[in-house]
Design a protein around this ligand. Structure first.
Ligand code: DAT
Ligand code: MG
Length: 149
């Protein structure tokens, strides 16, 4: 089973969209392995977004992600990384496919509501930034035999 890090970003929390966004991931069949609400420190934001350091949008991105609380989750499932990315939609809400979170709920690339790891390597780097091993729960669900063949 693959794991991925999801962040419900400050704009989504402020706009009352936590439930809406979790609902979409839950309905797909992803299992919530860990979840908490935190305010991201500048240090953590800089580690998480290190790959974007030096880009024109970097400073604004750090200000945005640290501006207000977020909900962070580890979601698990077969091909969870790809499925979460497809559920989120393209980075720019204006270009995202209708039916995705960013298209249905967003307008601006700088307020795109949600983060999801983009590869297994990224997930392996990002998850331990936010969660200790004890915080990530392993449990089975009866419904999984109806979600997976
Ligand atoms: P994603 O979040 O879809 O993985 P990314 O990793 O390329 O996208 O960028 C991280 C975040 O940075 C993205 O969610 C929004 C912001 N961002 C990316 N490109 C941007 C741009 N051209 N202008 C403004 N913000 C941008
Ligand atoms: Mg990314």
């Amino acid at each position: 089973m693959e794991q991925t890090l999801v962040i419900i970003k400050p704009d989504a929390v402020q706009r009352g969209l936590i439930g809406e966004i979790i609902h979409r991931f839950e309905r797909r069949g992803l299992r919530i392995a860990a979840m908490k609400m935190i305010q991201i420190s500048p240090e953590l934001a800089e580690r998480h977004y290190a790959v974007h350091k030096g880009k024109p949008f970097y400073e604004g991105l750090i200000r945005y992600i640290t501006s207000s609380p977020v909900v962070v989750m580890v979601l698990e499932g077969n091909r969870a990384i790809e499925i979460v990315r497809n559920t989120m939609g393209a980075t720019d809400p204006a270009k995202a496919t209708p039916g995705t979170i960013r298209a249905d709920l967003g307008m601006d690339i700088g307020r795109n509501l949600v983060h999801g790891s983009d590869s297994p390597e990224t997930a392996a780097f990002e998850i331990p930034l936010f969660f200790s091993e004890e915080e990530i729960l392993s449990y089975s669900r009866e419904v999984d035999s109806w979600i997976y063949e």
